[in-house]
Design a binder for this molecule. Structure first.
Ligand code: GLN
Length: 473
């Protein structure tokens, strides 16, 4: 059993020797063994105990970093030096990274312990973690159901108590959606807030890296560490990073916008009721609730899937058996080497996206699909800019339904895509969003509520989430 409920408690127990870091890491390694059937880790690092030895000395000497002894799991799309980086794909099954992703390096520099790499949908494409060469991940809350995706492993390991926090990535909801389905917190930062250096690209103008946690404080602390400008990512932004944790207490009643488009047909009635209950509680606590419009919401799925498949088709061109990727042995000729390496080693969903993306970018269709979608993307940004002139925060459900059964949607990609209806808008507009676990439905499945804020206003998201965690839940 863990004796702490957030990192601040953990570090004070470590400092006054109520907790041994070696024992703590061993506890997590044992838990990982007992929960092996969840299939949430692609790799568990046997040097975790060694890391604990080094860091406990530093804690004793008073030289330890800001995350000393925090046990972290990393989605297997992020580079860790000398460790495998597979993106849960057969095409990268033998790839070992030669450097650290900036987000990972920043965690290590602050003395976090990296315990392993988590399973995910292949190249982060999916909403159920079933598109993985390592097999599906089970939802720890109900093992017959999916944990969500694409960062399903990162959500499952935190929900199952196999580490303190984890990193995931969110291109269209892959942090917020699995957080909602597993009943934990998950933050997608503003695009550009966290460097993407060392993150395997899916859709470069959408991809963002963020934390999963069991409480708001730990997510805030991790963000403080991983955020910031990086010369290795030209889209990372040079803006000051507030003390998210230090400033986590909310000191005023905010204006909260509720967009009707997010409560329309297709939303599970139990989720609707649960979110409406939270809205009522906020109202009676003195928060002003404002009805707002996000009129382009109905186009989010189409716009998202046109633009991200286009970017993916270009980004994944490098896996050709020559530059990167498993190479077909004894090919007939050069063309056979390329085509066989790709056909034999990419999974179905990745192939579907490469084909869709190539199609929307091809001569004759480019204007009708890709260019049009780029213009619509701008309208999303405009909608949110307008909304944030009126309100501080936007509150919505995170997903229209709770965790579904394994295999239920695998033969219906459209149904799978439609589940991303409430999360993709934030990626189109580049704004941050967080999932808050607000309760369970009548079958005991987690319900998630999403908060979104204006770009680079993660601080307000953390404050509002912390208020809700402390006062309403
Ligand atoms: N489910 C979405 C997709 O399949 C989102 C994925 C993501 O955010 N990486 O594209």
């Amino acid at each position: 059993m863990l004796t702490y409920s957030n990192y601040s408690e953990k570090i004070s127990q470590l400092k006054n020797k109520k907790l041994s870091l070696q024992e703590n890491v061993q506890y997590f390694l044992n838990q990982i063994k007992t929960k092996e059937h969840l299939n949430a880790f692609n790799f568990v690092f046997d040097d975790a105990i060694e890391q604990a030895n080094t860091i406990s000395k530093k804690i004793e000497d008073g030289t330890a970093g800001k995350l000393a002894g925090m046990v972290v799991a990393i989605k297997d799309v992020l580079a860790i030096k000398d460790k495998p980086l597979t993106c849960s794909s057969k095409i990268l099954k033998d790839f070992v990274s030669i450097y650290n992703a900036t987000a990972v390096k920043k965690l290590i520099d602050e003395d976090a312990i990296i315990i392993g790499k988590t399973n995910c949908d292949e190249f982060a494409m999916g909403s159920s973690n079933e598109n993985s060469a390592f097999g599906a991940v089970l939802n720890p809350v109900d093992e017959e159901r999916v944990p969500g995706g694409s960062s399903g492993g990162s959500a499952a390991v935190v929900a199952a108590g196999l580490c303190d926090v984890s990193l995931g990535t969110d291109t269209g909801g892959s942090i917020r959606q699995p957080a909602a389905l597993c009943g934990i917190y998950g933050l997608k930062p503003t695009y550009g807030r966290v460097s993407r250096y060392g993150l395997t690209a899916f859709a470069s103008s959408f991809d963002s890296i963020g934390p999963f946690s069991n409480n708001v404080e730990d997510a805030a602390l991790v963000m403080e560490v991983i955020a910031g400008y990086d010369k290795n990512d030209s889209t990372s932004v040079n803006k000051g990073i507030p003390g998210y944790l230090e400033n986590i207490a909310l000191d005023k009643k905010l204006k909260i916008g509720v967009p009707k488009e997010f409560f329309a047909e297709g939303l599970d009635p139990e989720i609707k009721e649960s979110i409406e209950t939270q809205i009522e509680k906020l109202k009676s606590d003195g928060f002003e609730i404002v009805n707002i419009d996000l009129p382009h919401t109905q186009y989010s799925i189409a716009t998202y899937y046109i633009l991200t498949t286009a970017e993916a088709s270009s980004n994944l061109a490098r896996y050709d058996g020559a530059r990167y990727g498993t190479r077909k042995e004894n090919p007939k000729d050069l063309i056979d080497m390329y085509t066989s390496s790709r056909s034999e080693n990419f999974g179905d969903e990745v192939k579907r996206r490469i084909m869709l993306g190539t199609y929307v970018l091809s001569a004759g269709y480019y204007d009708a699909y890709y260019k049009k979608a780029q213009k619509v993307r701008r309208l999303f940004k405009n909608d949110f800019d307008k909304a944030f002139e009126l309100v501080d925060i936007i509150l919505t459900p995170t997903v229209p339904a709770t965790a579904f059964k394994l295999a239920e949607k695998m033969n219906d990609p459209l149904a799978m895509y439609l589940g991303d209806i409430y999360t993709t808008s934030a990626n189109l507009a580049g704004i941050p969003g967080i999932n808050i676990p607000v309760g369970k439905n009548s079958s005991g499945l987690p319900i998630g509520m999403q908060l979104m804020s204006a770009q680079f206003n993660e601080e307000t998201l953390f404050q509002m989430s912390y208020y809700i965690q402390k006062k309403l839940l």
